[in-house]
Design a protein around this ligand. Structure first.
Ligand code: C5P
Length: 311
């Protein structure tokens, strides 16, 4: 008589991408990180991460943006799972399957998003129910953007980005993201920013009244001109074609455009659903971009979708 092996239990979590609506960067600290004042905004462009009990630790990637994701121990999702096992006293291994729609090395925190999803998925798989403060602590050790990807919504970030505070933000926003061929390395973009600003006095970053006012109003026409990123000049310096992408989006009617995080993805704000569709079509037809995605924001942070617990 043959016996059917039990299906290994698995948990899937979904996690959004982020764009920084405002990213103000101070002079480097003694630890090399830059003090930030940022407004994080989660958008409905998702990765899905499934964790499954396994004999060995491992990670695999599928989806439209799977190229270029490391599959070794440097993978941030794998590091997140191992860290959570340590915290929870778990000895079992998991296999992590990532379905990727968030661009890799695109400035939308794709790697950090997968780490955040892995934390909540493993927490559920292992039945740990760790306190939120402990998950947040683990998240901030993994990377500056990971705590925000757990939280989602629209939030102020300070410190190196890991200290979150609520912000009064109204409305739903329609975004068009212009993807470029090849990624940009975050440390390289920060280094280029320092190089471009060498010799200048850099003020401590503080939130701008224009951005706070725009978020309170919920009006995309106010938010468009308030979009700001101190890393934008550095990203364009390393990838000059981004300047043309920004020009093209604004010419095609975007209310505002900004390089997302350390780039090279460029985020364009549209008036409404129809305008976003038109903008996406025009950008695609222009040939100035490699690919285009549309998404609304804000979005929830990393969330468990469903658990199968066949014993
Ligand atoms: O925190 P995370 O690992 O995501 O940061 C990646 C790199 O980005 C850091 O090693 C650092 O070079 C740069 N960074 C920075 N200042 C920040 C956040 C990131 O210089 N606030």
């Amino acid at each position: 008589m043959t016996s059917v092996a039990p299906t290994p239990p698995s948990v899937t979590a979904r996690v959004p991408a982020k764009v920084n609506l405002e990213l103000l960067v101070g002079a480097p600290r003694s630890d090399g990180y830059h003090p930030l004042s940022t407004v994080f905004h989660a958008v409905r462009l998702y990765d899905e991460v499934t964790v499954t009990r396994a004999q060995e630790w491992g990670v695999s990637v599928t989806g439209s943006q799977s190229l270029g994701v490391p599959l070794d121990e440097s993978n941030l999702a794998l590091r997140a799972a191992r860290r959570l096992a340590e915290l929870g006293g778990v000895e079992d291994a998991v296999h992590i399957s990532i379905h990727k729609d968030i661009p890799v090395a695109g400035g939308m925190a794709g790697g950090s998003a997968d780490a955040a999803a892995t934390l909540v998925a493993c927490d559920a798989l292992w039945g740990l129910a760790l306190p939120r403060t402990q998950l947040d602590q683990a998240a901030s050790e993994l990377g500056s953007d990971v705590p925000f990807l757990l939280a989602g919504g629209t939030s102020m970030g300070s410190g190196r980005g890991e200290i979150l505070a609520p912000v009064l933000a109204r409305g739903t926003y329609h975004w068009v993201f212009a993807l470029s061929e090849g990624g940009l390395s975050t440390p390289d973009v920060y280094a280029e920013c320092d190089r471009l600003r060498a010799g200048r006095r850099i003020p401590d970053p503080t939130p701008s009244p224009e951005m706070m006012q725009a978020l309170r109003s919920g009006d995309p026409r106010a938010l468009g001109p308030a979009l700001t990123n101190d890393l934008q000049a550095a990203a364009i310096s390393l990838m000059p074609a981004l300047g043309d992408v920004l020009d093209a989006g604004l010419e095609f009617g975007a209310l505002g455009g900004v390089v997302s995080g350390s780039g090279p993805t460029v985020a364009f704000l549209a008036e409404d659903h129809e305008s976003a569709l038109d903008l996406a079509v025009s950008l695609t037809a222009s040939g100035a971009v490699q690919d285009v995605r549309r998404a609304t924001g804000p979005a929830h942070g990393a969330q468990v979708l469903g658990a199968s617990r066949t014993a």
